[in-house]
Design a protein around this ligand. Structure first.
Ligand code: SF4
Ligand code: SF4
Length: 359
């Protein structure tokens, strides 16, 4: 068994301090503007306590119930926002600069990350590094300096479907430290050598069979809740025969092509690169920013869009997530986080759309 301790609330505070002492910039869940967001926090950070979150189709609310620390899942930010940020400077060209490439890679601790988002990180790793014949130095350098404190979900939102996609709710790998809230305390587990060095310094009791069973029972309940009546075996192949389904016409009547789903998705990675040149021509900055496949011009070749209808653009998005991605990278591009359902302004539910297509 990996190193695991049963601790109290005060050790959550010590965990933050230990990370801060090691020079990590800390990113943790914070309640702001009525949403729980991942945000930069200081060394005095406390996990928000007693918050309960409700998510549904185009619906998000947080309220206080005073119970526990982890009765919420995630807001619209995901780790992607910190590793592949919405806007990023790649290169600066000025006569006085010795080094042109700009790479920001200060050590970052991502705190409170859930299993689906950790899986999404491994998918981004494949895209930017492992399965990329030209690994992205900007992503790679940031990724190397990240410390992950995961949280195993003992509560699931109504839009979560990690149990279906096989990505959660328990964090199997890809973390340094994980936390499970089990009522009588927190199980804090080390998932790496760096994590072990931290967990060894926390005060805690020995973990018994009853604690592990409690954890397992809580996790299994969440797994069951997040399992849909959807067989994901060969889903990528089944969907290929649905390119002319009438379902796409129905989606077109509802979808606004706003791209909100792609912004919140932890695996959507498309971007554009542009050079901004000063008027006097003495310097230039190369900037990368997210792009959106729902934009008409996204697919333009010689100025003419290949996917000119919303139907074609939604189809591209869904098919990429659940079919083409599999052929490109060997996994689905969806981790079942449910964000695109919650943050779609017209409440389009990707679970229902996939089910309709293959039923
Ligand atoms: S599915 Fe929803 S969020 Fe995505 S582009 Fe259409 S309207 Fe916007
Ligand atoms: S497609 Fe939707 S549910 Fe799947 S990972 Fe992206 S945001 Fe989450």
């Amino acid at each position: 068994m990996s190193l695991v301790k049963l601790t109290g609330e005060e050790e959550l505070i010590r965990l933050i301090k230990l990370l801060s002492d090691r020079g990590y910039r800390l990113i943790g869940p914070v309640l702001q503007d009525d949403v729980i967001l991942y945000k930069e926090v200081g060394k005095d950070y406390r996990f928000p306590k007693g918050l309960r979150e409700v998510q549904g189709k185009g619906y998000y609310r947080v309220f206080t119930n005073g119970k526990g620390y982890f009765n919420y899942v995630h807001g619209f930010y995901s780790p992607k926002h910190f590793l592949h940020p919405p806007v990023e400077t790649l290169l600066k060209v000025e006569p006085s600069l010795k080094q042109n490439t700009v790479i920001e890679s200060e050590p970052l601790a991502l705190i409170g990350i859930r299993a689906c988002d950790i899986k999404a990180l491994s998918i981004l790793d494949d895209i930017f590094i492992n399965k990329n014949s030209h690994p992205d130095e900007h992503y790679k350098r940031k990724r190397e300096s990240i410390f992950i404190v995961g949280v195993n979900c003992v509560y699931a939102g109504d839009t979560c479907f990690c149990g279906t996609m096989g990505t959660g709710p328990f964090i199997e790998e890809g973390y340094d430290v994980s936390i499970t809230e089990i009522g009588e305390g927190f199980l804090i587990r080390a998932g790496s050598e760096r994590g072990k060095e931290i967990v060894e310094q926390l005060r805690g009791e020995e973990v018994g069979e009853k604690h592990l069973k409690k954890e397992k029972d809580l996790i299994e309940k969440v797994r069951e809740k997040t399992k849909l009546d959807l067989d994901t075996n060969d889903l990528h192949k089944k969907l290929l025969s649905k390119l002319e389904s009438p379902s796409w016409n129905d989606i077109e009547k509802r979808c606004l092509a706003c791209g909100s789903c792609t912004m919140v998705c932890p695996t959507c990675f498309c971007y554009e690169v542009r050079d901004e040149i000063t008027l006097d021509g003495t310097s230039s900055t190369r900037i990368r920013s997210w792009d959106v496949c729902f934009r008409e011009g996204f697919s333009a070749i010689h100025g003419i869009p290949v996917r000119s209808s919303i139907k074609a653009r939604y189809r591209q998005w869904l098919m990429h997530k659940f079919s083409y991605w599999f052929y490109q990278f060997g996994t689905y591009g969806c981790v079942g986080c449910g964000r695109c359902i919650t943050w779609c302004p017209v409440g389009i539910d990707i679970r229902e759309e996939v089910k309709k297509l293959v039923s």
